[in-house]
Design a protein around this ligand. Sequence first.
Ligand SMILES: NC(=O)c1ccc[n+]([C@@H]2O[C@H](COP(=O)([O-])OP(=O)(O)OC[C@H]3O[C@@H](n4cnc5c(N)ncnc54)[C@H](O)[C@@H]3O)[C@@H](O)[C@H]2O)c1
Length: 389
Amino acid sequence: MQQVGVAVIGFGWMGRAHTQAYDRVRHHYPDLAAPRLVAVADPVPGRAAQAAARFGFERATTDWRELLDDPAVAAVSVTAPNFEHRELGAAVAASGRHLWIEKPVGVTAADTRAVAAAARAAGVVAAVGFNYRNVPAVLAARELVAGGRIGTVTHASVRLLGDYAADAGGAFTWRYELERAGHGVIGDLGSHGVDLVRFLLGEVAEVVADGAVFIPRRRRPDGVTTGHARAETGRLVDVENEDWSAAVLRLASGARVTLEVSRVAVGHQNDYGFRVHGTEGAVEWDFRRMGELSVTRGDGVQDLPLATVFAGPDAGDLAAFQPAPAIAMGYDDLKVIEAAGFLGAIAGSGAVTATLDDAVAAATVLDAIAASAAERRWVGVDAAAVAAP
Ligand SMILES: NC(=O)c1ccc[n+]([C@@H]2O[C@H](COP(=O)([O-])OP(=O)(O)OC[C@H]3O[C@@H](n4cnc5c(N)ncnc54)[C@H](O)[C@@H]3O)[C@@H](O)[C@H]2O)c1
């Protein structure tokens, strides 16, 4: 059986998600070459070794550089924090390894461009973790919109509301630092939001935005953390990036979009979704009911009902997971779809689901949102920066 040697750099939540996706991918895409879990790296003592013992990596290290000396490694997942992406992404690509990297790729659009340039120069396959565009119902919504089934899109709202930082006792981790996270919730959740806007509705031309920090100080933990840990002890330090942001986006098509993102929305866990309104109908989606769309279409345009439509096996890659509509898929399945795109592209038989050009485009819009909030004015999105370089 043909195999692709893979390595994972950074074994927090996303490191595990990528690893499990590699592990499961052939259950759903049996024609792909099998990923071989060659190596895992994480600087936290014991973390990579534990991952190797649990998931079957052949070796573990605290130094990612060792992975790039290993000829058995052909492809690498970069699932370390944002501030490491530029160095890690560029080094992986320069070593000739294919790259699957998490969003947002780096801390600024300049970081994302640097990784994209390195991947292009090396001629490697590169995939980005914009998983929500892999949801079969989202692909069905995209087709509905592109096919003119709701008329001309006039306006839309996109929201990504979370409560992961709502607890003032949540530890001050890399996510709250300008240098290590860059943007706050705009980079973290807003990157997914901008990607969904582009995927469904096209390019963003101009933005105006506001942002706010509502929990200004958090405790810097004494030990290591993963995910969204609490800190009972440690020094209180200033949070450096936004907890909340709202933006109005003018699209190149003329449509208007509101994008609201929050990490402190009490009562809203992973409340992600969109509503797209057209001249003849509307379509909406909620991540927490991932397989459903609410669709309005009919005779006339007023007083129409909203119908629940379940994505079926003809939507996206649903058929690789379930035989019929309304059998739920899960978040981890989206990472399996992403892994399949990545491995298919490496084999020359498919395409990645999101490219580094998509990441550059999203990062350029995010930088414009941050600049608008800081400068309190409309900011144009540089179309040349968004276009594939
Ligand atoms: N696509 C998504 O839906 C999604 C969801 C969550 C996180 N993410 C992204 O994934 C990335 C990681 O997030 P997470 O939630 O897994 O974070 P995490 O804090 O849970 O894990 C990060 C891991 O990287 C390790 N690490 C730090 N520096 C390293 C280095 N130089 N080499 C190797 N490992 C290193 C840390 O020790 C930690 O184990 C971030 O960029 C984040 O934005 C994407």
